[in-house]
Design a protein around this ligand. Structure first.
Ligand code: ADP
Ligand code: MG
Length: 247
């Protein structure tokens, strides 16, 4: 009976994942289709103004090409975000010192204007079993959100702390940004939810998927106008448990 129960829980998890995927694919298709009609209309308009020998053709040409290029860049961004997301199941997990990933990501953001980063950690080596690229995507997304949360007139302070919590390693990323109002808190991890004019709303849902695929979980604490802390835990990788040699 227990086995049967486990199997049906697994089936349920799988069907939930599949329907989340379908929902996601629908939203992406919608995002891609959105600008296509206006793009087509503006090209048709341009052709007409060429055929009619309109005097402001030059001006029109410039305007239309500018918009088209902007839209094309946008579409290509959506496509690459989605393919990053779609790549997820093909994770190549290996033992990684999570401190290395954090340091590499911090290097990437080191030149961010008006923001200071502080990294605090208990030890020099904490191993997790994860896909390197995906783990770094987690940090990139969370740091980018933290940076973007800081109001223009405020000096940004972003702290990363690593602590061991039993068999888990806990990472906290704290910003002194604008915080998250209560009515939005339940929506953060939903694909496509964004409050940014140029946001895709995929970052946190990708992050959550990745962390859960490594056997971890993510949560957050926030206070409006004071800042937000994203906290996630990953299982610490213990060599002896895996290869059985106790090395
Ligand atoms: N550190 C943070 N501080 C304040 N709000 C945040 C933070 N991180 C995420 N959010 C909120 O969650 C939303 C979704 O984030 P995300 O999934 O990364 O998408 P995006 O960054 O493209 O908007 C953001 O638009 C923002 O409203
Ligand atoms: Mg984001």
């Amino acid at each position: 009976m227990v086995k049967e129960l486990v199997r049906s829980v697994e089936r349920l998890a799988r069907s939930e994942r599949e329907s989340a995927w379908r929902e996601m694919a629908k939203q992406i298709a919608h995002e891609i289709k959105n600008p296509l009609t206006p793009m087509k209309l503006s090209v048709q308009h341009l052709i007409r103004s060429w055929n009619d020998n309109k005097e402001n053709f030059d001006e029109n040409l410039e305007k239309v090409t500018h918009t088209l290029i902007e839209q094309i860049d946008n579409l290509s961004f959506i496509a690459s975000e989605f393919s990053n997301f779609a790549k997820m199941p093909k994770a190549f997990n290996e033992e990684i010192n999570i401190l290395d990933t954090i340091r590499n990501t911090l290097n990437l953001f080191a030149n961010t204007e008006n923001v200071d980063f502080v990294f605090e950690h208990e030890s020099e080596e904490i191993l997790v079993f994860a896909d390197k690229e995906q783990l770094s995507r987690v940090f990139i997304n969370l740091l980018k959100n933290a940076i973007q949360s800081i109001p223009e007139n405020r000096h940004g302070k972003i702290g990363i702390s690593l602590v061991l919590n039993g068999k888990m390693v806990r990472t906290s990323i704290t910003d002194n940004g604008k915080g998250i109002p209560e009515d939005l808190q339940g929506k953060l991890f939903t694909p496509s939810f964004t409050t940014k004019s140029s946001g895709m709303g995929l970052g946190l849902s990708i992050v959550k998927n990745i962390i859960e695929s490594f056997g971890g979980y993510i949560t957050f604490k926030t206070k409006v106008n004071h800042g937000t802390t994203f906290i996630f835990e990953l299982p610490v990788y213990v060599k002896a448990m895996v290869d059985g040699t106790g090395r």
